[in-house]
Each structure stands twice: as structure tokens, then as C-alpha cells.
Design a protein around this ligand. Structure first.
Ligand SMILES: Nc1ncnc2c1ncn2[C@@H]1O[C@H](COP(=O)(O)OP(=O)(O)OP(=O)(O)O)[C@@H](O)[C@H]1O
Ligand SMILES: [Mg+2]
Length: 282
């Protein structure tokens, strides 16, 4: 597999070490067969994510990012290869994986607090403990004053915070996030990126985060997998050594940040041209 080889203090090729493995994809391929032919979505993908990593998959539209996340989530089966989460083979969705999608997917008939409480039903807690825990997760995402509101009374950013609190409340081993901030305006997106990074710094949950934003990938992750458009392959694994903690807008203005951005843009140039969009193969 081709890897990024620039000698840089910030981005460098990562050789996996035998630490605890959180997510492991080995030789994963996937395709859809339709009336007009086969669409190859993923091709021989090997990814290993260590416990506690904030791992970002970055790639152009249609390269198979959502398919990959759905395979790890257990919603779609890989056609070839294997997937495991903390050593357990993935065959269906499970409470070890919390999923946050681009759309908020909240229960609109439940209050903010009850939306979060819902996720705690699988844990052995009394009613009072459940309420208290839900409140603490709301506090973590800065929404404790909105506990009695309903989703329709919240902004998009607030709804996504509830979704994050709810996913965290279930105490999954891995958080799977598919472009969770893409629907937000630029300012709210940056604020939530900082909050998400703060939450990760406090919880050290393993996060698999999907994005097509180079800035978002650099700001958030410990490691970045760059995918190529044709067809759904991993192109490079970059270790992001931008100093931690970086839950602050100033990290975006550093030379190191800009250097990382340039290198990634160089890697993905040419992949984002419309002529590279894949349709079904005859
Ligand atoms: N249900 C489906 N049936 C057939 N083809 C599909 C289906 N879902 C996705 N595809 C195709 O699979 C490919 C990968 O789709 P996927 O949604 O994984 O891409 P993505 O990288 O998440 O894109 P985006 O950044 O736009 O969300 C695309 O070519 C898409 O057209
Ligand atoms: Mg997608």
C-alpha cells in the first residue's frame, strides 16, 4: 500500500505497534450490484485503530467513507475481509459502538434529558442514578440548562450536542461519527470541533471520525487515513503531531497546521475532480 513518506515533524508514516487494538479492518472490500452494473465501494481496506485514538478518515465524496463506517457499525456486511472491535468480530450493530450521523436522529417526542436517559437503559442503574448520569453528560456538552427542552426548540448545533451526549451516555468502546458537523454553519462547526476535542481529551474514547474537510481532520485527529476516490482505497496514513491540547482556535493559525494542510491537499489533488466520480461499472 502506498504511504506518505515526507520526513516531517508533524505528519509521518505510522507503523502500527502491538498496543491494544480498538478497530481492525483486514482486507475489507465491498460493492453494490445494481441493474446497471457493479459499484465497487471499498477495495482491500486495511485499517488498524488503537485504543484511545481520534482516527479520521478523509476522502472525497463517494469514495466509500460512509460504507466503511457502516461496516464497522455492523449495519452493512463486508463482501470480503474481516472487521473486529476490541478483538470481537463485527456481525451486527452493538452497544460497544456508538454511532453519530450527520442528521441528529433525536427522539422528537422526548425532552433533551430523556433523549440522553434513553441511552442509559442498557446500564444497570436506578432511575435516580440514570437521571443524574444523563444530567452529567448534558453538562459535558454544555446543555444542562436545556434539559427540559424538546429537540424542536434547539439549534442544529445543540441537537448535535445532544446526539453526542446520548452516544457517550451508552458508554460505547468506540464512537463512530459520520460527518457529524457537516450540516452546521462554519462558526458553529468550529465551536463544536473544539468541544468534541475537549470531550475526547477528557474521556479518551476511541473515535472513528469521517470527514471530507481537511481542516477538520487536522484539527481533530491523532491520525488521518486519506482515501482515494478510485475505488475506495486507503491512500496514506498520517500521524498528526500537532501539539495537544489543541482545543483552541489558535491551533488553526499555526505554521504546523498550514504545513499539514498543504501536504494533505497535495495528496488528494486530482482525486476530487468531477471526472473521477465513480458510477456503476458495466
Ligand atoms: N445503496 C446503494 N446502492 C448502490 N450504490 C450505493 C449505495 N450507497 C452508496 N452507493 C455508492 O457507493 C459509493 C460510496 O458511497 P458512500 O456513501 O460510502 O460514499 P462517501 O464517501 O460517504 O460519500 P460522501 O462524502 O458524499 O458522503 C458511491 O459511489 C455511491 O454511489
Ligand atoms: Mg458519506
Amino acid at each position: 500500500m502506498p504511504v506518505f513518506t515526507r520526513k516531517s515533524a508533524i505528519l509521518k508514516v505510522v507503523t502500527p505497534t502491538p498496543d491494544e487494538m480498538a478497530v481492525s479492518l483486514n482486507g475489507v472490500s465491498h460493492w453494490y450490484d445494481g441493474p446497471s452494473g457493479r459499484t465497487q465501494t471499498l477495495s482491500h481496506v486495511d485499517i488498524e485503530i488503537k485504543a484511545g485514538e481520534f482516527f479520521t478518515v478523509l476522502g472525497p465524496s463517494g469514495c466509500g467513507k460512509t460504507t466503511l463506517l457502516n461496516i464497522v457499525g455492523g449495519f452493512i456486511k463486508a463482501r470480503t475481509g474481516s472487521v473486529s472491535v476490541f478483538g470481537e468480530p463485527v456481525s451486527s450493530p452493538g452497544p460497544d459502538r456508538g454511532v453519530i450521523f450527520q442528521s441528529y436522529a433525536l427522539f422528537r417526542w422526548l425532552s433533551v434529558l430523556k433523549n440522553v436517559e434513553f441511552a442509559l437503559h442498557g446500564r444497570k442503574l436506578s432511575k435516580a442514578e440514570r437521571r443524574d448520569a444523563a444530567f452529567q453528560y448534558l453538562d459535558l456538552v454544555g446543555l444542562k440548562d436545556f434539559q427540559h427542552h424538546y429537540p424542536y426548540q434547539l439549534s442544529g448545533g445543540m441537537k448535535q450536542r445532544v446526539a453526542i451526549a446520548r452516544a457517550l451516555a451508552a458508554d460505547p468502546k468506540v464512537l463512530l461519527m459520520d460527518e457529524p458537523l457537516a450540516a452546521l454553519d462554519a462558526q458553529m462547526r468550529e465551536v463544536l470541533q473544539e468541544e468534541l476535542l475537549g470531550i475526547w481529551e477528557r474521556t479518551r474514547k476511541t473515535i472513528l471520525f469521517i470527514t471530507h474537510s481537511v481542516d477538520e481532520a487536522i484539527f481533530l485527529s491523532t491520525r488521518i487515513c486519506v482515501m482515494s476516490a478510485s475505488p475506495g482505497r486507503t491512500k496514506a496514513f498520517l500521524s498528526n503531531e500537532l501539539p495537544q491540547p489543541r482545543a483552541d482556535y489558535r491551533a488553526r493559525a499555526t505554521v504546523a497546521f498550514q504545513e499539514n494542510k498543504e501536504r494533505i491537499l497535495e495528496l488528494i489533488r486530482g482525486d476530487v475532480h468531477p471526472s473521477k466520480m465513480r458510477g456503476p461499472r458495466p
